[in-house]
Design a protein around this ligand. Structure first.
Ligand SMILES: C[S@@+](CC[C@H](N)C(=O)[O-])C[C@H]1O[C@@H](n2cnc3c(N)ncnc32)[C@H](O)[C@@H]1O
Length: 284
């Protein structure tokens, strides 16, 4: 096939392997045209004549690391929205938060909730988590909520950090959330997340495929939705082991509604509710 720029099978293999090593994302043969269309502009702006030259730039040039960030941003799928798969947020409010509240009261411990949005894209998932958590816990002033939101796409992370969204992007928000947690940017069709939510979240780069799952403390809730679907079995295994290590003993793991751990014979998780997993059953 002629894509206007030759992309040989050898070049495709080189880039596919490199992308897999760097991100865990596995590109099937049919993704060749996708890769060409996403990377063509990079070759032009770097004045490179072939994908082999682009590969050499990525792996050998002093600016290769910076270019890799650019490439990751172009090839990842960042599709997301506020309150995507809204049943998960209802489940948090109806089951998960009351569970942790009851536990903290029973143990007379300093109540803290530590949440990880892994593969947060441009931040909509993390802010949705912050909204429901803040709504639920604001009547208990001692509660501390901390949300770590991570991704490998720096462009998406920068948008997440800015907390600025268009009216179209906030259209999926239930209107009461829009009014309480966003303020209009004067003279523009943009809305900014209020500080009350921003201060609950830390946005960071974290590569699920290569970074070590070492954190200061364990998470009570991990959201990793619509991310592992892009990873191959080997990387998925690694990620699942990482989540097992970093989730508290009675924590909750939320996957996307189209994802499951069914293919993993030895997954150390139990399906607790649709697309929601735990290390052990909820105590009653
Ligand atoms: C489709 S979005 C999902 C966003 C959000 N979790 C949701 O469900 O709406 C997938 C995200 O996973 C990120 N991602 C892909 N591979 C990753 C990796 N190895 N480590 C961290 N994030 C990754 C992508 O950059 C992208 O932002």
């Amino acid at each position: 096939m002629n894509y206007g720029l030759e992309f040989t099978d050898t070049e495709f293999k080189l880039l596919k392997t490199f992308i897999y090593q760097q991100t865990g994302i596995c590109l099937a043969e049919y993704k060749k045209p996708f890769l060409v269309s996403r990377l063509r502009k990079r070759l032009t702006s770097l004045r490179l004549n072939s994908f082999e030259e682009y590969y050499n730039y990525l792996t050998k040039h002093p600016a290769g690391q910076k270019e890799m960030m650019h490439m990751i941003s172009l090839i990842t799928t960042g599709k997301t929205q506020f309150f995507r798969e809204k049943e998960h947020f209802e489940y948090l409010t109806n089951k998960v938060f009351p569970y942790f509240l009851k536990k903290a009261i029973a143990k007379q411990k300093i109540p803290k909730l530590y949440i990880w949005s892994a593969g947060c894209s441009s931040g909509e998932e993390a802010y949705s988590l912050a909204m429901v958590a803040n709504d639920y816990f604001s009547i208990y002033p001692q509660w501390e909520i901390e949300i770590l939101a991570t991704d490998i796409d720096m462009k998406a992370l920068n948008k997440a950090k800015s907390g600025i969204y268009t009216s179209k992007e906030i259209a999926s928000l239930p209107s009461s959330y829009g009014k309480r947690y966003f303020q209009k940017v004067k003279g523009q069709d943009l809305f900014k997340v209020k500080d009350i939510l921003k201060k609950l979240i830390v946005f960071k780069y974290f590569n699920l495929s290569t970074d070590s799952f070492i954190f200061e403390r364990k998470f009570d809730i991990i959201f990793c939705r619509n991310v592992i679907i892009y990873l191959d079995l080997e990387v998925k295994q690694r990620v699942i082991q990482g989540f097992y290590k970093t989730l508290s003993e009675d924590g909750f793991l939320f996957l996307g509604q189209a994802e499951s751990l069914l293919a993993f014979n030895n997954a150390p998780f139990l399906l607790f509710a649709p697309s929601i997993y735990r290390k052990k059953p909820l105590e009653t």
